[in-house]
Write a protein that binds this ligand. Structure first.
Ligand SMILES: [Zn+2]
Length: 264
């Protein structure tokens, strides 16, 4: 599942098209990813408008065009964005292609778990406005995080971190990285995380999001040495601090890697 940083990486792939007009649209209207969207409106209305800007929150990204057009893309499991030459011929999985004079902006999805949305409206459409504040933004405060944890007080913190209405964009490896850095046991009930533990958690949520965006979205680069991430896929993985083998367990249905020394 693409996580926050991968979503940022794919969002930027269309940057060469910013400030440029759309000439024509090619799409596979019968595909599941367009469910609930008026594809004939997209084909008719979008040509002639200019791609103005894009942003992402969690796993959802939005592309804004002149004439108040909003295009939302959720990558799902296998979605990807790329740029091709302007005379490009869309292949089987290239479900949405926006042709510009100098390039083609392509969204491909092999397994159709993604979603494309479209709206013409002045104010942000509901599907964008309803997304909670990005974790790297000022709007994500300690108080907001604490009240979310209290609403899920019995849930262990590991699955709580995967709830997208509280921690948009956090996926499995990021949750493990955050808990290891905050020195919190993944089984801890969310409601028991208070005081300095809660501050440490909030700080590490923001740190891991910021650093992951920086390293992954700019070059699809690896994360620096010393991150748990580099150890967790490896059967012989060790805690970067203690050099002792990591524990592995399924918590809330997801494989969790953690250090029993750091995270008591
Ligand atoms: Zn350790």
């Amino acid at each position: 599942m693409p996580e926050l940083a991968e979503v940022e990486y794919f969002r930027k792939q269309w940057n060469p098209g910013l400030g440029q007009k759309i000439r024509s649209v090619s799409l596979h209207a019968d595909k599941r990813i367009f469910r609930g969207s008026d594809t004939s409106q997209m084909e008719k209305a979008l040509p002639g408008s200019t791609l103005l800007e894009s942003s992402a929150s969690g796993k959802q990204m939005v592309f804004r065009f002149s004439k108040n057009f909003w295009l939302g893309i959720h990558l799902g499991m296998t979605g990807a964005m790329r740029v091709e030459k302007p005379d490009f011929l869309p292949a089987k999985h290239d479900h949405l292609v926006l042709f510009q004079k100098q390039r083609a902006l392509v969204f491909a999805d092999m397994r159709h778990f993604g979603r494309v949305r479209f709206a013409q409206t002045k104010a942000a459409p509901d599907w964008w406005a309803a997304i909670p504040p990005a974790l790297s933004s000022e709007a994500f405060t300690l108080e907001i995080m604490e009240s979310f944890l209290q609403r899920h007080r019995k849930l262990p913190i590991k699955p709580a971190l995967l709830l997208q209405n509280g921690f948009p964009g956090v996926g499995n490896w990021m949750a493990d990285e955050i808990l290891w850095r905050a020195e919190l046991n993944p089984h801890t009930p969310s409601g028991n995380i208070k005081g300095k533990d809660s501050k440490a958690l909030w700080k590490q949520v923001r740190f891991v999001c910021r650093e992951a965006i920086k390293h992954v979205s700019e070059a699809y680069a690896d994360l620096p040495k010393g991150w748990l991430f580099n150890e967790r896929w490896n059967n012989k993985g060790v805690c970067p601090k203690h050099n002792t083998p990591l524990k592995r367990e399924t918590i809330g249905g997801r494989t969790t890697a953690w250090c029993s020394k750091c995270q008591k």
